[in-house]
Design a protein around this ligand. Structure first.
Ligand SMILES: C[S@@+](CC[C@H](N)C(=O)[O-])C[C@H]1O[C@@H](n2cnc3c(N)ncnc32)[C@H](O)[C@@H]1O
Ligand code: SF4
Length: 348
């Protein structure tokens, strides 16, 4: 169903309120929204092969997602990232991009972006660009087709590479995200760096995080990026650059390629003091911190009335509870994840 533009315009008109600032003085300017828990891949670190997905009635409609995102924009969010699950497998997802693009045109939003596994980019890259999206993140852990199949279980490397090419043709700037997996892709980082940088794309390596039961032993996959970085430093000149995203990534320039390499190390690094972000799941659950269980239900106030007063009250109440920091640990004795929810729920 198309999003009713007259209704959203009316809500946009009345909903200007003070910006969100948490009790530690951090302004909340970045919202990541998981638009679906479903995915066309089953990456080994993210999902089990037979995942149980949410019933449709629990998932916010595209119209509700638009309202929710727009409420945050009205409260000072300047950057919006759509994620999932795989955001581009949600039916009619382009109507949400298209509707949200009004906030870019009005100047209320600086950036609309998406994190995708790339499988649908061949189909959607042009439309995404035409909605004002400038940069996207594409997750790709290996350039080896067999390994790609082993990691994603259901994915096709060729389809993703074609999607990346389509996105570049459409004029989208791409950052590649690769999860570092011990014994799986740890021999491939130089190749990934040279491939990405050779095509004008930044690359960020991500340390595997202990989220959700996924069947395999998490400790078997864990590879500290400090080790990866030390090994890469033997081969390349890594120059520290002051390029921060307000998030857990630290960046270097690889002198030999001229490209940027990021390291996201949530387990070995504390980045909470600069945290400007919150996350909402596709059921409207707001997580104030990726590393804590505390959450607030925004679906109930969203569905309770057509205006946004109840929703704003719930958001305000939740932001007051945003914690100072997280405490991720892989439970080494019991080999259990520190948090039970999957990355595909909160969207990474
Ligand atoms: C959950 S996915 C959602 C968006 C999209 N499906 C994709 O793969 O880009 C977002 C990011 O989280 C990463 N991710 C998933 N599970 C993870 C885990 N347990 N530890 C670290 N990164 C993870 C993925 O590799 C991806 O880069
Ligand atoms: S990482 Fe992304 S592509 Fe892989 S299973 Fe999770 S949601 Fe799907």
């Amino acid at each position: 169903m198309p999003i009713d533009q007259a209704a959203v315009a009316e809500l946009d008109r009345v909903d200007t309120r003070p910006a969100l600032v948490d009790p530690f003085g951090r302004a909340i300017t970045y919202l990541r929204v998981s638009v679906t828990d479903r995915c066309d891949f089953r990456c080994i670190y993210c999902m089990s092969e037979n995942m149980a997905f949410l019933p449709k009635r629990d998932v916010l409609s595209l119209e509700e997602l638009d309202r929710l995102c727009s409420a945050f924009v009205a409260r000072g969010v300047r950057k919006l990232r759509l994620t999932g699950g795989e955001p581009l497998v949600r039916r009619d997802i382009m109507t949400l991009f298209s509707s949200l693009s009004r906030h870019l045109r009005s100047g209320d939003l600086d950036e609309l972006t998406v994190t995708t596994n790339g499988s649908q980019l061949g189909k959607y890259a042009r439309e995404i660009k035409s909605c004002g999206v400038q940069r996207i993140n594409v997750s790709l852990d290996t350039l080896n087709a067999e390994k790609f199949r082993a990691i994603t279980r259901w994915g096709s490397l060729d389809q993703v590479l074609a999607g990346i090419a389509a996105a570049q043709d459409a004029g989208l700037k791409i950052k590649i995200n690769a999860v570092a997996l011990k014994g799986v892709n740890d021999d491939e980082f130089p190749r990934l760096i040279e491939w990405a940088h050779g095509r004008g794309m930044d690359l960020t390596l991500i340390e595997v995080m202990p989220l959700g039961e996924i069947g395999a032993g998490r400790l078997d996959q864990y590879l500290p990026l400090s080790m990866v970085r030390a090994r890469l430093a033997e081969r390349y000149q890594l120059e520290d650059i002051d390029h921060r995203s307000g998030g857990p990534a630290r960046y270097v320039r690889v002198a030999e390629t001229g490209g940027i390499l990021g390291f996201i190390t949530p387990l070995t690094h504390n980045f909470c003091e600069s945290c400007n972000r919150v996350r909402v799941t596709c059921t409207g659950t707001l997580y104030m911190c990726l590393g804590q269980e505390d959450a607030a239900d925004l679906r109930k106030p969203l569905r309770a009335s057509e205006g946004n007063d109840l929703l704003f009250a719930a958001i305000d109440e939740a932001i007051l509870r945003k914690p100072k920091g997280h405490d991720f640990i892989i439970d080494r004795r019991h080999k259990r994840p520190a948090l039970a929810r999957h990355m595909s729920v909160t969207g990474g």
